[in-house]
Design a protein around this ligand. Structure first.
Ligand code: PMT
Length: 406
């Protein structure tokens, strides 16, 4: 929730500059205001028109634009902001910040700052590990700036290692965290929310298991957004590719039965959201020895038994024990609306978020999602959006429901 917060976003040159556009979108969706500043080299990668149009504020580029300078003034620009974010930050701009150079609008604004600065570096792996960059990094950290990333991965130049810009969602989460720490007036303050996430694993034997491809990205994004809105989060997670968000209480589980136990131990709470991909069945007898390959060439047959339905069990709790809002997900591969509606009725939850998880959808492990939202009024299709935006939209809806329950 960034309503009314003004963010001065400095975009410096580099192939990662295009990701700043996604960051602008996320901030705007959360109700924040963005004033972009582009360095001359950033303009090689992103146009001021694109950044300015998305931000709803003309992007500024030139310190010596006297008209604008007299209208705004770079000092005033900084005074007016609640937070300064530099994303991406090149090695060159890091050097300027570290040494107090002020030869363009972006570096002048940084030198005149009186606000917290979040810096998301992005550069070639060798430039990142170079001694001068590491010296400059230490200087900006000593000056109180907050560094987000870079992360390791394949670079545009073909090299591998640290230097990639942190994902826009990660930079956005740092922005939310900053305001969370200092904000008094958060819509979900005092609310306790349970979120399940990730994949359960059902052992076949001590070395093999039955599972699914959930990365935990959607559940993590939801938990991060709720937490930024002030809620206390109980995060019950199975296997995941991403770490849990900062500031949440984490319970790590393996099987569906573990998740069932952890969820029921965590209750009561105000809202429960079931985003985990839970196995409906488990092998009946997971022996303590590895299943051996048989000499007769036949594959072993595995008897399965049903796992408890966690969502259904919570939705069926008596008033007083039941969370005020129980929210399920539905992962479908075909006839999404038809199957999800049947699931919504069967599970007894208040809201259900259905998503297509067929191979071509890229939902499992991907960064975006297309949700069909069910409540007792019917269903509505949300447009494709990032998983962070799904988290925000759901957070807003939960906050307004808790304010004015149906
Ligand atoms: O993790 P990502 O890679 O980001 O992918 C996100 C996601 C696709 C996993 C997520 O958006 C999603 O759809 N989660 C629900 C997955 C699932 O188990 O769906 P289902 O249709 O099989 O189950 C329906 C609901 O019942 C879910 O809320 C599930 O958590 C719950 N359930 C299922 C079985 C069971 N034994 N107990 C349950 O509580």
């Amino acid at each position: 929730m960034l309503a009314g917060k003004k963010i001065l976003l400095i975009i410096t040159g580099g192939i990662a500059a295009f990701k700043a556009i996604d960051l602008i979108r996320l901030i705007k969706k959360a109700g924040g205001e963005v004033q972009p500043i582009l360095t001359a080299s950033a303009e090689e990668f992103v146009t001021p028109l694109t950044a300015g149009t998305l931000a709803g504020n003309a992007a500024l580029t030139d310190l010596f634009d006297l008209t604008r300078e007299s209208e705004i003034g770079h000092i005033e620009l900084v005074r007016d902001a609640d937070l300064i974010v530099v994303a991406p930050c090149t090695a060159n701009f890091m050097a300027k910040m570290a040494n107090g150079l002020a030869d363009d609008l972006a570096s002048t604004a940084i030198l005149a700052r009186d606000k917290h600065v979040i810096v998301a570096p992005a550069m070639n792996v060798k430039m990142w590990s170079a001694a001068p960059t590491q010296r400059n990094l230490k200087l900006v950290v000593d000056d109180g700036m907050q560094i987000v990333g870079p992360v390791s991965g394949e670079m545009a130049c073909g090299e591998f290692g640290p230097g990639r810009l942190a994902e826009p969602e990660t930079v956005f989460a740092a922005i939310q965290d900053y305001f969370f720490t200092f904000s008094e007036n958060l819509p979900l303050k005092g609310k306790r929310i349970l979120v399940t996430s990730g994949a359960t694993r059902e052992p076949l034997d001590p070395v093999r298991y039955l599972s699914n491809a959930s990365s935990g990205k959607q559940g993590t994004a939801i938990a991060a957004s709720l937490r930024a809105a002030g809620a206390e989060i109980e995060f019950v997670t199975g296997a995941a590719d991403v770490p849990p968000p900062n500031g949440v209480n984490v319970t790590q589980i393996t099987t569906a039965q573990d998740m069932y136990d952890a969820v029921h131990e965590t209750l009561p709470c105000d809202v429960a959201i079931f985003c985990a991909a839970v196995s409906d069945w488990r092998p009946k007898d997971a022996g303590s020895e590895k299943i051996k390959k048989k000499g007769d060439g036949k594959a072993p047959s595995v008897e399965m038994v049903l796992n408890p339905d966690i969502l259904k069990s919570v939705a069926a709790l008596e008033p007083g024990e039941r969370p005020q809002l129980v929210i399920g997900f539905a992962a479908e591969t075909e006839n999404v609306v038809k199957h999800a509606r049947a699931k919504y009725e069967r599970k007894g939850c208040d809201w259900l978020l259905a998503n297509d998880v067929s191979e071509s959808s890229g939902t499992f492990g991907g960064d975006s999602n297309v949700i069909i939202f069910f409540d007792k009024q019917g269903h509505q299709e949300w447009t494709q959006m990032s998983k962070a935006e799904v988290g925000l939209k759901l957070t807003n809806r939960i906050a307004s429901f808790l304010k004015h329950p149906d």
